[in-house]
Design a protein around this ligand. Structure first.
Ligand SMILES: NC(=O)c1ccc[n+]([C@@H]2O[C@H](COP(=O)([O-])OP(=O)(O)OC[C@H]3O[C@@H](n4cnc5c(N)ncnc54)[C@H](OP(=O)(O)O)[C@@H]3O)[C@@H](O)[C@H]2O)c1
Length: 339
């Protein structure tokens, strides 16, 4: 390894085997960092195999066990790191058909234990470990665009262009039982308060819906939803922002390295309605059974203003590149075979 690569230092990435974190680790290794990745189960070789295939992994990747629900669990992984990328969080939504799962999900204790606590208390656990680490330079927290666009229709009236100053409504998320956005809003706010009180330099990346290749053939919740869309599912989310997974990873590295980066950074390339997405995909990939129209979901019109990130010199990949790369990877892994 050359001198320049050697000087990059040591960083920790939480939830290392996840869809986004794996891509971030690939980028960090390529940039020359030493990476400590946290996983819940070191014994699960199948879930970790793709990480060991990354360029530089043998020399500069170490995996450590840590769980968001256990106090002090991240101490070992974080001690001595200059940067911490906190990406681990439960990513799930309301199941629509399975009545047993639905009953379980609506059980308050289940929501608290499986979604809200790991996201909120888990973030604080990670930050408490950061506080104990004298080498720490910056924490980069992965939030979600659902922290700024989930609110009553009337709240969109004043501005159709949402930027980092916008926040989703906690009360609205609770009323509509939108647990994932609620968990992300509360976790991001808790992180902000903790870092302010404890003098920790925190920068937040706010990705839209992430599209692109999955390094692991074991698909994440989001990648599985995209796969079902490509296989003809007509249920989709309504107006939403989309961003290439490589861009989200690069954005994390950029805001970590850019000395003057601060606060929140919205990371979204293109905002589309369901019908725009369906017509784009069905025309571009005629060999796939993609529905020509998707069930309509009533969401207010809005655009995303990403000028803050672009002012750091950031350029987004297009929606076509996102799906081209995603479909290539799904084909390669055999997920689209037999169609
Ligand atoms: N995918 C998107 O479109 C999208 C968009 C915006 C923001 N984000 C954010 O990006 C981050 C990564 O999401 P992703 O799509 O990559 O999801 P993912 O593949 O499901 O990754 C989530 C990771 O969090 C870990 N995790 C969950 N509960 C945990 C716990 N109790 N203790 C330790 N680790 C735990 C998971 O570990 P296991 O592998 O052991 O389950 C997994 O590695 C999340 O913060 C998510 O909110 C994602």
């Amino acid at each position: 390894m050359d001198e320049k690569l050697e000087s990059k230092g040591k960083v920790c990435v939480t939830g290392a085997s996840g869809y986004l974190a794996s891509c971030l680790i690939k980028q960090l290794l390529l940039s020359g960092y030493h990476v400590i990745g946290t996983v819940r189960d070191l014994g699960n070789q199948k879930k970790l195999a793709h990480l060991w295939k990354l360029e530089g992994a043998t020399e500069r990747l170490r995996l450590v066990e840590a769980d968001l629900t256990k106090e002090c669990s991240f101490d070992e992984a974080i001690l001595g790191c200059h940067g911490v990328f906190h990406s681990a969080s439960p990513v799930m939504e309301k199941p629509s058909s399975d009545p047993k799962a639905l009953m379980l999900l609506f059980c308050v204790m289940h929501i608290q234990r499986e979604i809200l606590e790991p996201a909120i208390e888990g973030t604080l656990n990670v930050l408490r470990s950061c506080k104990k680490n004298p080498s720490l330079r910056r924490v980069v927290f992965t939030s979600s665009s659902s922290t700024l666009r989930v609110k009553p229709d009337e709240d969109f009236a004043s501005s159709l262009k949402l930027d980092e100053s916008s926040w989703s409504s906690v009360e609205y998320c609770q009323r509509l039982q939108l647990w994932y956005p609620l968990s992300k809003v509360l976790a991001e706010k808790a992180a902000g308060d903790f870092c302010k009180e404890n003098g920790i330099d925190l920068v937040t990346v706010i990705p839209a819906w992430v599209i692109g290749p999955s390094l692991s053939p074991d698909l994440s919740h989001t990648a599985l939803r995209v796969l079902s869309l490509l296989k003809g599912d007509t249920v989709w989310y309504g107006r939403m922002g989309y961003v290439h997974i490589d861009d989200v990873a690069l954005c994390h590295v950029l805001v970590y390295e850019h000395e003057s980066a601060h606060g929140r950074y919205l990371c979204s390339s293109t905002v589309l309605d369901n019908d725009e997405l369906a017509s784009l995909l069905s025309m571009r990939y005629p060999s796939l059974p993609i529905a020509k129209s998707l069930k309509q979901v009533s969401r207010p019109y809005y655009e995303f203003d990403t000028s803050k990130l672009q002012s750091l010199g950031f350029k987004f990949k297009t929606i076509q590149e996102m799906f081209d790369d995603c479909i290539d990877s799904l084909l390669e892994q055999g997920h689209l075979s037999g169609l």
